[in-house]
Design a protein around this ligand. Sequence first.
Ligand code: UT7
Length: 329
Amino acid sequence: MQRTKACITAVGGYVPDYVLTNHELERYVETNDEWIVSRTGIRERRLLKDPDKATSYMCIEAARQVLEKSNTRPEEVDMVICATTTPDYVFPATANIVADAMGMKNAFGYDVSAACSGFLYSLATGAAMVESGRYKKVLVLGADKMSSILNFKDRATCIIFGDGGGAVMLEPSQEGYGIEDMVLKSDGSGFPYLHQKAGGSRRPASHETVDQDMHYVYQEGATVFKFAVTNMAQAAADIMDRNQLQPDDVAWLVPHQANRRIIEATANRMGIGMEKVMLNIDRYGNTTNGTIPLCLWEYAPQLKKGDKLVLAAFGGGFTWGSIYLTWGI
Ligand code: UT7
């Protein structure tokens, strides 16, 4: 008997209105549009400026679209998984805040903290829940308000990230499409190169941690770049090998959007042209957990039933991996 597959049945997305251009960043740090575009591929990113709005706000905006498109009433949702590095609070989980705000009274949920690979891991978790046969409607969210942890005096980090997020519904597949395979990896020895120094139990917030700028993203970019470019490409190549996928078989690469050069290296390793690569980095920068669902949301109108998609990500932890899925909408 064929196993039940978990299929994406609807996609939603949200980016805030405020556009922060490279030229505006030139006013805050010593940088320039030419450097940012050539080193990263980013031209502008979005900021959620309203101090009263947090990650849950973007999740709710995206989730609303998903409920509507999948003809789902809030009380029908079984589970909510929220991939985020910038939760509204340390606890409770942002997933619970979203579920409550949307009236998902029968859902349980939690957050997944895996930096830029969080959406990939959450999709994998949600798929396993559906495949188990216990749950029929699993809402997977991926969103970050990166501006809440960015130091706009640090040119090594503030030029890269942006705010935004997306959502998908996972349901048992009716036609045999869905999540086909996954390669998920992590290596905690990558900690020194990408982390937030304070705010957790190791270094709780204090006057000192605030004075020393320890609540911002810290990244040693060149080292992270080397690991990312190798591992993201390797994970994508591995999933192709394991599933006997030739370059022509792959309809789309859906990569995490950290740096256009990393994305190009991954496509190159897979043997596919850039015309088959989903991109939003030029307009949104690195939205951390938001990049992949935002790509799916924007490209969904171009996708056809049965299209073979390879998702790939790399992020803090280190965490990385790849998911192969067949599109079923
Ligand atoms: O999504 C999570 C995982 N994260 C990633 O995958 C990010 C991976 N890393 C990267 O994308 C790149 O390393 C960055 C875009 C962050 C940086 O690009 P890079 O080519 O690796 O630059 P670098 O850090 O090696 O710096 C090269 C030079 C340095 O100057 P010197 O020492 O050569 O004089 C930097 O000080 O560029 C300088 N620089 C800048 N110049 C203008 C660094 N940031 C900037 C800037 N504008 N914003």
